[in-house]
Design a protein around this ligand. Structure first.
Ligand code: ADP
Ligand code: MG
Length: 703
């Protein structure tokens, strides 16, 4: 436990960052490496050799005994395999510590067990990890020792991407090229680089680990498969932004310290809407680094929680009837000379560059709403998006009053002449300062909201990687910029052409703009009237990846080829089926081995009571009614269980692929719901002492 931490002192102390490189590398090597990091120049073996030696020396100083290529295969988790720095023992029995340039830049994990979606047969199992020098290496230290982590991309023998990072890096190159093209046309001669900036707000639940270990559903599936609502839920909104309890505060403090050492700029922490739910947000960083940092954040939350006797739940919907967890992906475009292309300035109506960029983004989101939706599809998120208690899975864009007003002016008169200004906020209290409010309020129900100088994509699930949504965002916006450039480059009068194009895009894509309540029933109908897709589930979202439109988009910008897209489709169907199979099996196990025996014990007690009361000649109505009710629910549960067993067997006997996933979604998931209903009702009746697992109330309110 840290007493007082000097953040500035510890920040980045376990990162092989620029400061360390400047110190440890010969000037020439440092410069060469930067040519690769900054300009994408191929890395020469000599440079790699020197960097590896410096990295090893630095890591050993930090106590590292091993190194690992750290990568993000399509399992949804990160992967690592540790190799010690030691060489083979010499004749005298001594060893040396070694780490070569080759070992730094290339690894070959035995990769046959990672999902490849048919990209690799098991007999040709080679896969390679390649050093991503744009995301700094770091050392993780704990009681078990210290290890040097080297962020890498993971590809097949034939160069197809098998991970999240490779397409992300490809998409970053695409958007950089197309943004610079557009900027030049708009008269910018100075910016040399453009990167997407990403800030990820991470939501999570914290429960007591001892209680967690008594919930087989949480252990096996990450969410509760049974559980009656406690008397109190989140209706009082008393948890949101509430005082952080000491046990949680101590945990957060250790999380922050560990993250800061790893160069992750953890900045904001607060209690979230649901009981036991919290949020952590770092300061935004370059897209690729932000995606890596988000993985580090998730892993750190889990690890530190365990050390505190707590359990971090990253599932999108650990508790039915209580808010789920997501991840807000804040996205903008920044040039190397400090321009944020999404900064509207004070008078957006005459900021031509901003309007052009904004209209292209509207166009991109409207054209590819299905892909953006797909990028947020994962098994857990099905319980958050489009489901009963969740916002509809319709993509729309919130612009706020000021920008919507500019858009309306453009559409109606072809000319935007003024911008609504922020007014002074009067509190009616003389000692409180008056200040100028933002020109636009916020909207918490929009999946894609403009929030001042960035867009916030709010659909991503809490456990999912943000790589996917950023691959889509970067590529669809690159396409919109590219299409605009194709038109503008041919124009005789560029400023006229820009003006016309802004107006055209504003009119063509106005339908995607929605400033109202995205959670309302009316919006679902309105969106349907506008022709916007409402894709309710993961299995319905997946096909968007391989439409002609999608293949053309990703191939044009070199982000995915058709084979890679097809493989991802296959992997996602399989991931869905496997997860549902585990959930169904866990449910069957818990119901038959734990719940039903508990209810039988409860019933036996009741019938003993009835018998002895009968003998004593007293009124037996009450216990008899209770016995009848629980026996009836037990019969319903038993029946639902046998149906679930049957359909789960049928599902797992099917060939992997779309049909199987659809069967799990349409039949098995429904059978699971049918079993849950009587079991949750039984939980309300059966003696708490008899119930085989901690309740929602125990988990959510007693941390
Ligand atoms: P909010 O706007 O949601 O209330 P913040 O201003 O704290 O909250 O921002 C949320 C996240 O957005 C943080 O991770 C923050 O660093 C990030 N962010 C802020 N500005 C940008 C930007 N220009 N581009 C990308 N992310 C940004
Ligand atoms: Mg936010």
């Amino acid at each position: 436990m840290n007493d007082f931490v000097n953040v500035a002192e510890i920040f980045g102390e376990n990162v092989f960052n620029d400061k360390v490189m400047l110190e440890k590398l010969p000037k020439k090597v440092y410069k060469e490496l930067h040519k690769t990091i900054d300009d994408g120049k191929e890395l020469d073996p000599m440079t790699a050799e020197v960097v590896a030696a410096a990295m090893k020396e630095w890591a050993i100083e930090k106590g590292a005994t091993h190194y690992t290529h750290w990568f993000q295969p399509l399992t949804g988790f990160t992967a690592e395999k540790h190799d010690a720095f030691i060489t083979a023992p010499k004749a005298n029995g001594s060893v040396q510590l070694e780490f070569s340039g080759k070992e730094l830049i290339k690894g070959e994990p035995d990769a046959s067990s990672f999902p490849s979606g048919g990209l690799r047969a098991t007999f040709e199992a080679r896969g390679y990890t390649a050093w991503d020098c744009t995301s700094p290496a770091f050392v993780r230290q704990d009681e078990k020792g210290a290890i040097l982590y080297i962020p890498t991309a993971f590809c097949s023998y034939t160069g197809e991407a098998l991970d999240q990072k490779t397409p992300l890096l490809r998409s970053m190159e695409a958007i950089q090229t197309q943004t610079l093209r557009l900027l030049r046309l708009l008269g910018n001669t100075t910016s040399k680089k453009v990167k997407p900036s990403v800030g990820v707000e991470q939501e999570y639940f914290i429960v007591d680990r001892k209680k967690y270990l008594k919930r087989k559903d949480l252990i096996f599936t990450g969410r509760t498969l049974f559980g009656a609502m406690p008397p109190k839920g989140q209706e009082l909104d008393d948890h949101y932004f509430g005082v952080i309890r000491p046990r949680i505060a101590a945990f957060m403090s250790d999380v922050n310290e560990e993250l800061w050492k790893l160069g992750v700029s953890a900045k904001t922490q607060h209690n979230e809407a649901a009981p036991a739910q919290h949020e952590l947000a770092p300061i935004y960083a370059e897209c690729n680094v932000a995606a890596d940092h988000n993985q580090i954040i998730m892993e750190t939350l889990k690890k530190v929680a365990e050390a505190h006797g707590l359990q971090c739940l990253l599932h999108e919907k650990p508790f039915a009837g209580v808010n789920g967890s997501g991840k807000h992906n804040n996205w903008s475009l920044t040039t190397d000379d400090g321009i944020n292309l999404l900064d509207p300035g004070k008078t957006p109506h005459d900021n031509i560059q901003f309007l052009m960029v904004l209209m292209c983004i509207l166009r991109a989101v409207d054209r590819h709403a299905d892909l953006l939706r797909e990028s947020a599809a994962d098994v857990g998120n099905d319980h958050r998006l489009g489901a009963l208690e969740a916002p509809p899975a319709i993509i729309s864009v919130f612009l706020g009053d000021q920008l919507e007003d500019v858009l309306k002016q453009l559409i109606s008169t072809g000319e935007a002449t003024h911008s609504i200004k922020g007014e002074t906020l009067h509190t009616g209290v003389s000692t409180l300062p008056d200040f100028v409010k933002d020109a636009t309020d916020r909207n918490r129900t929009s999946p894609f909201a403009f929030t001042g100088n960035k867009f916030e994509f709010r659909m991503v699930g809490s456990r999912d990687s943000v790589a996917e949504c950023n691959v889509v965002l970067n590529t669809i916006v690159a396409e919109a910029f590219s299409d605009a450039c194709d038109i503008l480059e041919k124009a005789e009068d560029i400023s006229m052409a820009v003006h016309d194009l802004i107006k055209k895009y504003a009119s063509d894509h106005y339908r995607i703009v929605f400033n109202g309540n995205g959670y309302s029933e009316e919006w679902v109908k309105e969106a349907q009237r506008r022709g916007l897709p409402n894709i309710k589930s993961m299995v319905e979202a997946i096909p968007a990846l391989v439409t002609d439109k999608s293949v053309a988009l990703f191939e044009k910008f070199g982000v995915f080829n058709r084979t890679e897209l097809e493989s991802r489709v296959e992997i996602q169907y399989e991931a869905y089926s496997k997860a549902l199979n585990i959930e169904a099996r866990a449910m069957i196990d818990i119901a038959s081995k734990h719940v039903i025996p508990a209810v039988l014990r409860f019933n036996r007690n009741l019938s003993d009571t009835v018998n002895s009361m009968k003998q004593a000649g007293v009124e037996i109505d009450v216990p008899l009614d209770m016995l009848k009710e629980s026996s009836h629910l037990l019969a319903t549960a038993k029946h639902a269980l046998s149906i679930l067993e049957k359909v789960a067997d049928q599902a797992s006997a099917m060939e992997p692929g779309r049909d199987q996933a659809v069967y799990y979604y349409e039949v098995v998931a429904k059978a699971m719901e049918e079993l849950r209903i009587p079991v949750d009702q039984l939980e309300m009746i059966v003696d708490k002492e008899e119930w085989p697992m901690p309740s929602y109330g125990d988990l959510l309110f007693e941390v």
